[in-house]
Design a protein around this ligand. Structure first.
Ligand SMILES: [Zn+2]
Length: 239
């Protein structure tokens, strides 16, 4: 049989554990939301990266087209000049310029083809990144929504758990609460049963004095609480 004092302490401990678990859940919610938001941001960043890659490639393509235009302009000029010169060496010099210009244009055209191929690839990458976000976003959003709902629910539960805890703390007397609180800071559970002569918290053997005190023979409201010799937890006898 548990003494009324221990019964009260065990109720206090139960409520304390409940409050702690709710607090831990509540603390975890913003971190979980941040993780989901991070995922969304990552997916958006992939889209942005693909978009800017595409933009860069398109700029590159325009630059190449400009170069081709400029070179074609020069070629047209050389051809006109070539048709007007009379001296053979001038004619030949212009011929070299024309050849060089034509070679440059075909090099530019090759570059342009490569860039166009890269543009196709970048477009695919962009579409894939967009598809990933699109496929995931509703899941992400409902996850955030349910996390926020949980936050609200757990806050409410925590409020009532705290109130219940305060009620459980009221009648027990300062010194007993002190022993409980000292243990609860570092040794949860603070109130443990003795089984087979061993403390249920640290699992070490308790002394025979503690064991008989835990049995509560002759204990009344003024008897100090029996505590484990090793870890200091409040102990009680459980047959
Ligand atoms: Zn112990």
């Amino acid at each position: 049989m548990l003494t009324p004092v221990l019964e009260k302490l065990l109720i206090l401990q139960d409520r304390d554990i409940r409050r702690r678990s709710l607090e831990a859940q509540l603390k975890a919610v913003p971190q979980e939301i941040a993780l989901v938001e991070q995922k969304i941001a990552g997916e958006k960043a992939a889209i942005d990266a693909a978009k800017s890659e595409l933009k860069e490639l398109e700029t590159k393509k325009k630059l190449i087209e400009t170069e081709i235009g400029v070179t074609e302009g020069k070629l047209a000029k050389y051809r006109t000049q070539q048709s007007q010169v009379r001296k053979n060496d001038e004619y030949q010099a212009l011929g070299h310029e024309i050849e060089a210009g034509e070679a440059a244009i075909s090099a530019f055209e090759e570059q342009e083809l490569a860039v166009m191929y890269s543009i196709d690839e970048a477009k695919k990458k962009f579409a894939a990144a967009e598809a990933v976000l699109k496929a995931n976003i509703s899941g992400h959003e409902s996850r955030i929504k349910s996390l926020k709902e949980r936050e609200t629910n757990v806050s409410g539960e925590l409020k009532s758990a705290q109130a219940a805890l305060e009620v459980a703390r009221e009648p027990d007397g300062e010194s007993r609460l002190k022993v409980y609180d000292r243990n609860a800071i570092r040794n949860m559970p603070a109130v443990v049963a003795v089984h087979g002569g061993k403390c249920g918290g640290c699992h070490l053997k308790v002394s025979s004095e503690v064991e008989s005190a835990a049995r509560g023979k002759g204990a009344d409201a003024t008897t100090p609480l029996p505590t484990c010799d090793q870890c200091g937890r409040i102990v009680y006898w459980e047959s």
